[in-house]
Design a protein around this ligand. Sequence first.
Ligand SMILES: C[S@@+](CC[C@H](N)C(=O)[O-])C[C@H]1O[C@@H](n2cnc3c(N)ncnc32)[C@H](O)[C@@H]1O
Length: 375
Amino acid sequence: MFYAFQLGHQPKISLAEIKTVFLSKKIDFTIKTTQQNYLIIQTKKKLNSTELIKQLGGTIKICSEIKSDKNNFLKSIKEHLFNVQPEGKIQFSFPDKKMGLEIKKELKNNGRSARYIEPKNSATIIHNHLIEKKGDLNIIAEHLFMTEAVQQFEEMSQRDYDRPGIDDKSGMLPPKLAKIMINLALSQNIDYKKNLLDPFCGSGTILTEAAVMGYQNLYGSDISEKAITDTKKNLDWIIKNYNLKNIQYHLNQINVIKLSQSLDNNSLDLIITEPYLGKPLHGNESNVYLTKQSEELKNLYLQAFEQFQKILKPNGIIVIAIPQFKTKSDWIKIDCIDKIKNIGFEIIPFNNENYLLYHRPNQHLGRGIWRFKKI
Ligand SMILES: C[S@@+](CC[C@H](N)C(=O)[O-])C[C@H]1O[C@@H](n2cnc3c(N)ncnc32)[C@H](O)[C@@H]1O
């Protein structure tokens, strides 16, 4: 079976996430190609696209292949739509408007009235019930596909904007990236009973996403009292709104450099965190300023890793976003990786790359997503 995954705006990260999630769910697959931001894979078994789209933070859409004649897509599309919508007005969408209108004409010529819907975004697909109608079609890499599931963007943005505890100052990790980071920590067996800590929890995005994904034993700490209050409000909100059961959370206001005073040695399975990233940037900072900031962050992170080494169980995993700063011509990076290794960690790379860069073109700061294992 062939499937097409539409990847988000950081395709390399989306791909790494898919690979990790598939490994943990023991889904066998082969990558066929990547084209137009779609990853095309072949699987032996049918995928549960609805379940997968809920789990993945970096995938926009999952489509399955429809058998078609590549010399006559128009005919194949017509046959498919006749088959899946045997009665009433046919409703369908297709990215290329010209071809969409041609399909509509062809359907009319064959005695069926039809409505062509321009697929502007996921909302168009959801609101017109095109998934249930099997009517959102696309040709990718010379194969015909229909959409089986799209990202629940409304639910995600509700979690983003409607939650009670909001921190405008230190900023919030996009929930999608939080989800991706949690997924990147998955091992070959999913175990939601694992203890997960975010030691720079801010308003708690990683912890709330982890709760929605099924993690039950959550630990959060932060130096700021407001952060702990916000995280508590947000966790209570998510537990109530999503009717989540059996969640135990423990929050503590503490400086990361003293973390082992509040947590037992060898007690945690996972640390997933976006640490303090330094003072907000405006883009006009000098290289000297950025270098100084990098040095300060390096000291903080190394002290944090000393603590992580104590409280993590052997083989415990850390997924962390380490910032890097954009200059006119290059990046200023925080030179801490060798020292982290000396503290007692090894890098677990992503598809032969030591880290994945999450960066939007207009941002002055990039987040390098690193994965470490305690040795
Ligand atoms: C970038 S924010 C984390 C945002 C969080 N991921 C979220 O989505 O809300 C960094 C957090 O680190 C906290 N922080 C800064 N220095 C710290 C330290 N030494 N120990 C613990 N927390 C610290 C700040 O209070 C802030 O809440």
